[in-house]
Design a protein around this ligand. Structure first.
Ligand SMILES: [Zn+2]
Length: 277
């Protein structure tokens, strides 16, 4: 059902959108190619790869990102021992509350396309698919093991409008102004250079479209010194709400709204409608 509607995808080679053909047997994608330039995209275990310029195991990844590549970790990721525990510890709220806050910030309307960036095993992609039943939801991540796990979980939940694809957050494989909602939860603190990511998100969002996410707070005081040391060592990134709002605005994302729960910043911003700040 999803394969004839992927006109938002751009070819990694000719960079023209609307020509990606996904051939599938039953629900598994067997072949992916660009009908414009003939480029054959690699397909790993039914997942089309729009980021073949990034090795499947990248030595430049941070330790937590390397861990994300592990099949065992991807199975444990949504379990009580990992995300549930960390969410409660870091934010004081439950994963369910966190999810509901983000979905509420995403709002309503006639939503046709959603891109869940750094989607992991698809916790948010599944929730967006349920919230917007008519929408095509793209689940994008760099970790193949997370994506295959996500695809299997979506199937098990009969969510057939989610397309999982391997992609690079710095080179999103979507046409300009083609996506109604972009989400990135629990991953932005893993990237050392986020400004190009804001620009990519702003590029792909439709005017009036909404970007939602949560990331980690740069807490003033003793914690800040420790957090800044972690940033210097490239272990993680942390954000101050005012700075985050300013940076998003620079990229063309306005109406910044941010709610803090302990170390969690849950936020949204909208793509400007007019093309002018
Ligand atoms: Zn092409």
């Amino acid at each position: 059902m999803i394969h004839n509607r992927c006109c938002h995808l751009s070819c990694p080679q000719c960079e023209i959108a609307g020509n990606i053909v996904l051939d599938s047997k039953s629900t598994r994608i067997e072949k992916a190619f660009c009908s414009n330039c003939g480029y054959n995209l690699p397909v790993h275990e039914g997942i089309p790869d729009f980021a073949s310029h990034v090795p499947l195991m990248d030595s430049r990844l941070r330790p937590i990102q390397k861990l994300n590549q592990s099949p065992v970790f991807s199975v444990c990721y949504e379990s009580a021992v990992w995300r549930t525990f960390l969410t409660r510890l870091g934010s004081g709220i439950s994963m369910k509350d966190e999810l509901e806050r983000v979905l509420s910030l995403a709002g309503n309307g006639n939503i046709e396309t959603v891109a869940d960036l750094a989607c992991g095993t698809g916790h948010y992609a599944r929730a967006f698919s349920r919230k917007y039943p008519g929408a095509l939801v793209y689940g994008l991540d760099i970790s193949l093991s997370m994506l295959t796990r996500g695809r299997n979980l979506a199937r098990r939940n009969n969510l057939t409008s989610i397309l999982f694809l391997r992609g690079d957050i710095y080179r999103l494989p979507f046409e300009d102004h083609s996506i109604d909602r972009v989400n990135c939860c629990g991953a932005l603190h893993l990237f050392s250079n986020v400004r190009p990511i804001w620009r990519e998100i702003s590029r792909i969002l439709r005017p009036g479209g909404v970007f939602t996410g949560w990331t980690l707070y740069l807490k003033p005081g003793l914690e800040e010194r420790l957090q800044r040391r972690m940033m210097e060592k490239g272990l993680a990134s942390f954000f101050q709400p005012d700075q985050l709002g300013d940076d998003l605005k620079q990229a063309g994302l306005t109406h910044f709204h941010c709610e803090r729960e302990r170390l969690w910043l849950i936020f949204s911003a909208s793509k400007i409608r007019t093309g002018v700040l």
